[in-house]
Structures are given as structure tokens and as C-alpha cells.
Design a protein around this ligand. Structure first.
Ligand code: URA
Length: 420
């Protein structure tokens, strides 16, 4: 086998065999294929795509490039959830405890975020003392006790993806549906839960801007997961405006806790209940209606909040946060943006809100940047609201910058107003 033939075949839209794809992934991962040849193949995939069969082979070859977790020590059915990410997406902090309190195990490994706001690990690290780097045995012990734990990725999971993703970022080859599918699914399959729920975000603040692309990615990920022997479902959910009111790390933990305290309703609550219900249904806990009722009861009764508190404490964090969000770190500076006239809110561009919170210090531009856990934005308005002159539209927070002019302009530009 040789790399020139493989590049030529994909360039001419000829299908690669499983052996050719495995050879390509193995030899790129171990350094025998240089970056410039792999980049050429990746560009051919961006332009011509891959067949579904090739995408399955690529995903499995990438999964097999490193460790595959052995979750047999966990004594309940395991369910993992992945979101393709978006602005204000704190669903993992909510639905893990909900599903765990209904009898399934949610062993999650998450990453730090690159871009607008932190990843789930960054959000949890805003809780004093919370440890995200735990040995696997301790992680399994916590999952067996509470049903839920989140740690940062450890071991050598998917080294092929690590190398390929870095190369894609540097060569303009990220935006290919088969490559995104293989990248996400190889990591999820290496984590090896019995069931897998995929939340494909769609809209201005998401990777997938159109419904058509989001549906395509969802169906492809579902078929790859099923081909790999998992119970797998992909849902497409909205990311046209920020999810919930709070964007930023400690601010999102606060909103997640408030939801589990029963204080948050609306689109964030609805999407969390729907995702949790689908996780429970995948795990065989009943029909979707029964699982929806279970998820709602887990919030109403406080059972899900109790799971979150116990998990936080077992991971060394300050569990008081579940009853008093005032213990979370607070920003030194804040700035309220008010309506200059009576207005109707017709749209909120979540990507722009994300960029404004990045300017405040809530996210990272490059992977070694520090995050300001207190930074972010609280939306005081939602799409469809009428806001009176001088009433607040949103509040910006930061401990890093006291000059809010650039972030405020960006955040204000995110909102489409109509005079009333
Ligand atoms: N997230 C990933 O992990 N991989 C991609 O290719 C895109 C988003």
C-alpha cells in the first residue's frame, strides 16, 4: 500500500478498502506518513467526502489507535452523552445527575474548551476544590456510588484523532461532515459506554449552521455508533440563541444548579429533560413518556441535585454550591447594558454572545490560555421579549478587564431589535 495511491483514490472519489484506511491511520499516527501527505488526503475528503462505509472504517481505525476503556467495573448500564457544543451549553452538568438519579450510570470524560467558553471540565473547576484528574479506579468508584462522575480525559485515548485534529485545524480541513463524525465518534467509542446519546447543535452558535448539515451529521453518527455495536441515538437541538441565560464558567454552574433546584424553566429546562429522557429510554428504563416523567420527577424531588452534591464532594469540591451558589467565585467588575428605547427582541446571535464572553476572559483562543472562571454574560432578555427603555438587556462580568467597551459593543450587536 502507498499513500500516493490512497490520496489519488479519494481525489477521484474511488472508495478505499478497510485495509487501506487502517493502514493510513496507523502509519499517520506512528509518524510514517508526514503531515503534508495526510493534509492532502484530508483536503481530498473535504472536497469529495467519504462513503458511509469508509466513515465507519475510519472511525473504528481511529478508535483502535489508543486505549479503549474497560467499564466492566461499573455495576449499572452505562450511558454517555456528547454535545457538539454551543454557547451556554451546560446540559452535561444537569442531565448526568438526572439520569444517574434514575438508575443509570453516567461515566463522563470531558475536555477543556477552545473558543467562546470553557468546556465542561473548565466549568466544574470553577467549584472550589473540585478535582477533574482522578485515577480510573477512583472514577469508577464514584460512578458506582452516585451514578455520575466527570473527569478530564486520561490515558492514551485516540492519539490518531489528536494528531489529525491538530492538522485539520492548521490546514482548513475541519469542516467536513465525515471527518467531524469520525473525530467525535472515535473518542466516544473509545470511552466505551453501552449507550450513546448525541446532541447535535444547530444554528448560529454551533458547528452546524444549517438544519440539513446537522441532520446529515446526526444520521451519520447514529449509523457509525450502531455499526460499532452501541445503542446510539442522535438528536438535533437548537443553538440559534444562547442556551439558557448564563454564558461563562461559574455562571453556567450557577444556572445548572438553579435548574436542579427547580428554579429554571423554559428552553434550557425543556432540552435537558428531553435529553435525559432519551438517555433513560436508550438504557431501557421505559417508553419516552415514562422516561420524561422520571426525569421531571428527578428534578422536582431534588434527587438529581443530591447526586450532583455527592459527586462534587467525592471529587473534592465544595458541595455547598448545590444549596448556596453564592460560594462560587464572583467577578470583580460588572457592566449592565440597558435598552436605549422600548424594543422587541427578534433574535440573539449566540456566536456573537460567545465572542463577547471570550473577550471578557471566559474562553480560550489557544489551548494554553488561562480562563477567568468568573467571566461571562447573563442575558436579562430572551427572543420574543419586549423590553422597556432603560431596562437591562444583559450584564457582563469579568475579573480580568474593567473596560467593557469592546465586549459590550460585540454583545449589543448580537441582538436584533424591532422598535415598539
Ligand atoms: N469536535 C471534535 O471533537 N472533532 C471535530 O472534528 C469537530 C468537533
Amino acid at each position: 500500500m502507498n499513500i500516493i495511491d490512497i490520496i489519488s483514490k479519494t481525489k477521484k472519489s474511488q472508495q478505499l478498502s478497510e485495509q487501506e484506511i487502517r493502514w493510513l491511520v496507523e502509519n499517520f499516527t506512528n509518524g510514517n506518513i508526514p503531515d503534508y501527505q495526510m493534509a492532502s488526503w484530508l483536503m481530498a475528503v473535504c472536497l469529495n467526502g467519504l462513503t458511509d462505509k469508509e466513515t465507519v472504517c475510519l472511525t473504528l481505525a481511529m478508535r483502535d489507535s489508543g486505549d479503549i476503556l474497560d467499564l466492566s467495573k461499573i455495576n449499572r448500564i452505562t450511558v454517555d452523552k456528547h454535545s457538539t457544543g454551543g454557547v451556554g451549553d451546560k446540559t452535561s452538568l444537569v442531565i448526568g445527575p438526572i439520569a444517574a438519579s434514575c438508575g443509570v450510570a453516567v461515566p463522563k470524560m470531558s475536555g477543556r474548551g477552545l473558543g467562546h467558553t470553557g468546556g465542561t471540565i473548565d466549568k466544574l473547576e470553577s467549584i472550589k476544590g473540585f478535582r477533574t484528574e482522578l485515577p480510573f479506579e477512583k472514577f469508577a468508584e464514584i460512578v458506582n456510588k452516585t451514578g455520575f462522575s466527570i473527569i478530564s480525559q486520561s490515558g492514551e485515548l485516540c492519539p490518531a484523532d489528536k494528531k489529525m485534529y491538530a492538522l485539520r485545524n492548521a490546514t482548513g480541513t475541519v469542516d467536513s461532515i465525515p471527518l467531524i463524525c469520525a473525530s467525535i465518534m472515535s473518542k466516544k467509542l473509545a470511552l466505551n459506554a453501552d449507550c450513546l446519546l448525541l446532541d447535535v447543535k444547530c444554528g448560529s452558535g454551533a458547528f452546524m449552521k444549517t438544519r440539513e448539515d446537522a441532520e446529515h451529521l446526526a444520521r451519520l453518527m447514529e449509523s457509525v455508533g450502531t455499526a460499532a455495536g452501541k445503542k446510539c441515538r442522535a438528536m438535533v437541538t437548537d443553538m440559534d440563541s444562547p442556551l439558557g441565560a448564563n454564558v461563562g464558567n461559574a455562571l453556567e454552574v450557577k444556572e445548572a444548579v438553579e435548574l436542579l433546584q427547580g428554579k429554571v424553566k423554559g428552553p434550557l429546562y425543556d432540552v435537558c429533560i428531553s435529553l435525559a429522557a432519551n438517555m433513560l429510554e436508550l438504557a431501557g428504563k421505559g417508553t419516552i413518556n415514562e422516561c420524561t416523567a422520571l426525569a421531571e420527577d428527578a428534578v422536582r424531588s431534588g434527587r438529581a441535585l443530591a447526586v450532583l452534591k455527592e459527586t462534587i464532594e467525592l471529587q473534592g469540591g465544595d458541595g455547598r454550591v448545590c444549596y448556596d451558589t453564592g460560594v462560587l467565585p464572583k467577578a470583580e467588575f460588572s457592566h449592565v447594558i440597558r435598552a436605549s428605547r422600548d424594543v422587541h427582541i427578534s433574535a440573539i446571535n449566540s456566536e456573537e454572545i460567545g465572542m463577547a464572553s471570550l473577550l471578557l476572559g471566559a474562553g480560550r483562543i489557544s489551548k494554553d490560555d488561562d480562563i477567568d472562571p468568573t467571566a461571562g454574560i447573563v442575558m436579562d432578555c430572551a427572543v420574543g421579549d419586549n423590553i422597556s427603555m432603560h431596562a437591562p438587556l444583559m450584564t457582563l462580568y469579568s475579573s480580568r478587564c474593567s473596560d467593557f467597551s469592546e465586549a459590550a459593543m460585540r454583545a449589543l450587536n448580537a441582538i436584533t431589535f424591532k422598535d415598539i
